[in-house]
Design a protein around this ligand. Sequence first.
Ligand code: ATP
Ligand code: MG
Length: 415
Amino acid sequence: MTIGFEITAAVAALAALAIYVVVHQRKRTRENARAQADLDAWKLRLEQDLKRARDERNRLLDALGDAFLLVDDHGYIRFANSAARQLFGDRDLSDRPVREAFVDPRLAASVLRCLETGESIQSRVVLPQQTSPRGDQETRGLNAWIVDAARMDEDSIGGASTRIVIRDVTSEHQTEQIRKDFVANASHELRTPMAIINGYLENLLDDDMVEEPAMARRFLTVMRKHAERISRIVEDMLVISRLESGEAAALKVEPFRFRSCINDVIERLESLIQSQNARIDVRMDDEKLLLQGDRFYWTQVLFNLVENALKQNPHPGLRIEIGLEAAGSNHRIWVADNGIGIPSADLAHIFRRFYRVEKHHSQQEIKGTGLGLSIVKRAVEAHGGTITVNSVPGRETKFLMTVPREPAPAEEPAA
Ligand code: ATP
Ligand code: MG
């Protein structure tokens, strides 16, 4: 009896234990499953956060105006922002070697040197248009970039260890080039008349020519001509720099009769017009028309254009037309002549400072400095207008300016 009871008790205890184990195990399995689910959810959230952070970083880098790239130790591109992709013709740059992606070796050189040596490298690369990384044909001559490559201090980002910034400095490069050219050309232009004046002075003083009044007078006349030339060059350069500096915004804009401006120009050039037997026609619907602008600069614009036509065509029979007409909210002003014209190859350049059409000057003495048209262009632009030129040699050469009737104040040029 006792034995039977003990067995029953033992079985009951075992059963209870078994039930306990099963219940406990189920509980543990449930808890594990919950913990796993929590872990998965956490992982997912982490991945989503990471993706969001990465997208945000990429958006920020895409907002940069400069091209930005991350490169790994083997020279493979790991990241390229939108400016970088654009720079390389919208090509996909990811996982491509720098050497291959940066089409031109001159552009890749500083990056590769930084990768090899670990040194930070900044270099200016100037490439002619044909080899621009864009691979397309640009109309301007040269493109310039600052390539800045440096190793990153922290642990590599996504396998990348070097960052590259490429800044397009083409317009700064061009401005600098223009300034250099201007100084070089101006000194060159001033040197000739200075040398002539010095030569004559030497003759007068050292060779005692002063004692011979007829000869001395002849020398002095030549010297005066060259001194006048120097004055004109200096004056023209001052006008250009005034128009290019903030002073353009300080144009004295007031209404004036355009016709009286034309009369002044014809009067100043009267002797040349007479001696060349040239004819000047004025085309204006309303001779009393008032133009809003700076009378001083408009007189200079017309003077330079009419003087050019006369200077380039000394033969008789030249006809020059000066015209003005209203066109919507603009005025159209033109100066046209029927002279020798401008070869089409030169047309794109004649507004550049010191540019002269070689063909016009080679046989005879130099007729000018090449500053007249650049003054014309600056003055028209300072009035908010534009100027174009068309030329059919022997038939018509026409400078056409379009200016707003109410000129807006000129913008301050960028510093
Ligand atoms: P500057 O005006 O400084 O005394 P320039 O007359 O030589 O010198 P621009 O007025 O700038 O200089 O003109 C540039 C060149 O364009 C001239 O040298 C000339 O070759 C050409 N040119 C300008 N206007 C005419 C024209 N109406 N017909 C033919 N050639 C012209
Ligand atoms: Mg001129």
